[in-house]
Structure formats: structure tokens, C-alpha cells
Design a protein around this ligand. Structure first.
Ligand code: ADP
Ligand code: DP6
Ligand code: CO
Length: 327
């Protein structure tokens, strides 16, 4: 091996405003719909990959602990895709650190697999362009497709592996916005995103309607972004999130990502809005709520949320950058 067999990268999480919730090809992680997200500056993963001829198996640590079996398997499966592409069989030492709670609905799989895709491909000697890297990250976790770029990012569902990747709609500095994360529960969820979307897709009677709605929501969202129309952006994001959660409630067996405190947070956002402060919530596959707000109203929303949930549970994020490499 050459000196090239080591690389380290950082990728940020993203929060979908029009969400991805279902696959039409599980092996290739091809989605049923397009989705559109905002990359966040406060939540990210750092991952280093060292390919080493002396290893007989991959060794993966997350936050300095050995990964449990299904999670380690997922990383090795992903490394096999990279090895295949690079024409090598060498095993690797992977060290990854999440600056985001893992498996709590704050998109650790997005930053995790985007950082791994970047580090592993570089360490393997591959030189991938943005589009190829986005396609590769998709094979680890669908949402990771959108974490290669910063700012507003759209994932095109495509017609196959070659056409399913993400492109930037607008860079991070295009719009001065905030996403306030309310950390109501940082424990790993019981139902992973992969399992949850699969169950929704196969059992919810509303699933077909969801596919149609996403197409409409996406069109409207792109216009809202173009016009920097905050109320439209927030309305579309909040409605789309609730429609996604309706797919979990209507699945068989039914399941739910809300905690009591998630409902409390959503109610507070409605109250703030009724009192004339424009803010909107969105929620992914986990109990933690994110609130969209423009800077001029940020402080009043932050202080209300801090009073309700405690200052330690509130993180103020802004649009973040795409993948970065460490030297
Ligand atoms: P989340 O809401 O955090 O994205 P998911 O259910 O989509 O939750 O994915 C969580 C899974 O993603 C973890 O159980 C683990 O398998 C994987 N994951 C999270 N962080 C990393 C990381 N840094 N490196 C590799 N895999 C990761
Ligand atoms: C609710 O990308 O985590 O966050 O592709 O199975 O790894 P897999 O799922 P994942 O699903 C994300 C679901 C979501 C919505 C979104 O990010 O678009
Ligand atoms: Co995820």
C-alpha cells in the first residue's frame, strides 16, 4: 500500500424539510421520492480510515467504543462497496466520533456515512467527484447522500444507482436561518429509520398519498427557497414532517417516534406562532424536535425553549458546510 491508505473527513448532519421515508430498492437505497434538506453546522461526525495489510478484519470504534454487531456489520458492508470499487481487499481501522447523539433522530447516519464515504474512498485511493461521492454515501444511509454538500440540498431519486444523488440547491450562506434543536431524549431509538420506513411503506394505507404529496411539497419548497419566503418554508416543512409521522401512526403494527416532551415542544411552537413569532417545527425518526426560525426572532424562541426544557437541552444551529478533509 502507498502512503495514501489513510484519510480523515468531517461531515455534518442534515435536517430534511421534505423528507425521505421509503425505498424502492433496499439494497441500493434508492428512495421512493425526492427529498430536500438543510445541512447543519452544530452536528457532525469525524471519521478516519486506515487500510492496513496486516489486519484480518475491519476494526471499527464509535466514540472510542467497539461498535455493536449490526452497526459494525453495516460499516463493513459499506467498506466492501468501497473496496470493490477500488479493487482492493485490505481491511481497515475505522475511528469515528459523533458530535451528535447516535440513533436519536438527529441524523447520525447521515453525517456518519457521509464522513465514512469521504474518508474511506480517499484512503482507498479512489478519486471521486461530488456526484460519485454522494452516490457512494447513499449506499451507507440514504440521508447521507445529502450530507456531502452544505446548505440546501436536494436528493434526486433517479432511475437507478447512477442517477440517484444529491445536488446543492443553495449554499449555506444563501439564507440566514436557524434550526434550534430541542434535545428531549438522546437515547437510541427502538425502531431504526430503515425499519420504520420499511414498515410504513409496506403497511400504511396512506403511503401512496405520501409519495404524491412529497412531489407537491418539494415544488413549493423550492419556490419558497428561491424567494426566501420563511413562512412558506416553515409551513411546508412542518406539514411534511407531520405527514411522515402519520405514516408511522397508520402502520401495522403502529409505532410512534414522539415522546411526551416532543408534543410539549410542538405545542410551544404553535403557541409562539399564535403570539406572533414566526417559527415552525420539524421532526425526524426520533423524539427530538427542531425549530426553524429567522435570526430576528431567534432569541425570543431560544429563551422560551430554554425555560421549558433547560438550557442544556437547547442547541442553536445554522446552515452548515459540506464534507471537509483533514490533512
Ligand atoms: P439517526 O436518526 O441517528 O440517523 P438511524 O436509525 O438512521 O438514526 O441510524 C443510526 C445508525 O447509524 C446507528 O445505529 C449506526 O448503525 C449508524 N451510525 C451512526 N453514526 C455512525 C458513524 N459515525 N459511523 C458509522 N455508522 C454510524
Ligand atoms: C426521517 O437515511 O436514516 O430522517 O437510508 O435506511 O439509513 P436509511 O435511513 P435514513 O432515514 C432518514 C429518515 C428521516 C428523513 C430524512 O432524513 O429525509
Ligand atoms: Co438516519
Amino acid at each position: 500500500m502507498t502512503m495514501n491508505n489513510y484519510a480523515k473527513a468531517r461531515a455534518h448532519t442534515n435536517i430534511a424539510l421534505v423528507k425521505y421515508w421509503g425505498k424502492r430498492n433496499a439494497a441500493l437505497k434508492l428512495p421512493t421520492t425526492n427529498s430536500l434538506s438543510l445541512t447543519l453546522d452544530q452536528f457532525y461526525t469525524d471519521t478516519s480510515v486506515q487500510f492496513d495489510d496486516h489486519l484480518t478484519s475491519d476494526q471499527v470504534t464509535l466514540n472510542n467504543h467497539r461498535l455493536d454487531e449490526p452497526a459494525a456489520r453495516r460499516v463493513t458492508d459499506f467498506l466492501n462497496i468501497v473496496r470493490n470499487q477500488a479493487g482492493i481487499t485490505t481491511k481497515a481501522i475505522v475511528k469515528t466520533t459523533n458530535n451528535v447523539p447516535t440513533a436519536a433522530g438527529l441524523a447520525s447516519s447521515a453525517s456518519g456515512f457521509a464522513a465514512l464515504a469521504a474518508a474511506a474512498s480517499k484512503a482507498s485511493g479512489l478519486t471521486l467527484n461530488q456526484r460519485e461521492l454522494s452516490r457512494l454515501a447513499r449506499r451507507g444511509s440514504g440521508s447521507a447522500t445529502r450530507s456531502i454538500d452544505g446548505g440546501f440540498v436536494e436528493w434526486h431519486k433517479g432511475i437507478g444507482d447512477r442517477t440517484s444523488f444529491a445536488t446543492q440547491v443553495a449554499p449555506a450562506d444563501y439564507w440566514d436561518l436557524n434550526v434550534i434543536a430541542i434535545l428531549v431524549n438522546q437515547q437510541p431509538k427502538k425502531m431504526s429509520s430503515s425499519e420504520g420506513m420499511q414498515l410504513s411503506q409496506t403497511t400504511s394505507p396512506y403511503y401512496h398519498e405520501w409519495e404524491k404529496l412529497c412531489q407537491r411539497d418539494l415544488k413549493k419548497l423550492k419556490i419558497a427557497i428561491k424567494n426566501r419566503n420563511f413562512n412558506d418554508l416553515g409551513t411546508i416543512a412542518e406539514e411534511n414532517a407531520m405527514r411522515m409521522h402519520a405514516l408511522t401512526l397508520s402502520a401495522a403494527p403502529d409505532f410512534c417516534y414522539f415522546d411526551a416532551d416532543s408534543l410539549k415542544a410542538m405545542r410551544l411552537v404553535h403557541q409562539l406562532r399564535e403570539s406572533g413569532i414566526p417559527c415552525y417545527f420539524t421532526m425526524d425518526a426520533g423524539p427530538n424536535v427542531k425549530v426553524l426560525v429567522e435570526p430576528e426572532h431567534r432569541e425570543s424562541v431560544v429563551s422560551t425553549l430554554q425555560a421549558a426544557f433547560g438550557p442544556d437541552h437547547i442547541v442553536v444551529a445554522a446552515p452548515g458546510p459540506g464534507v471537509q478533509y483533514f490533512r
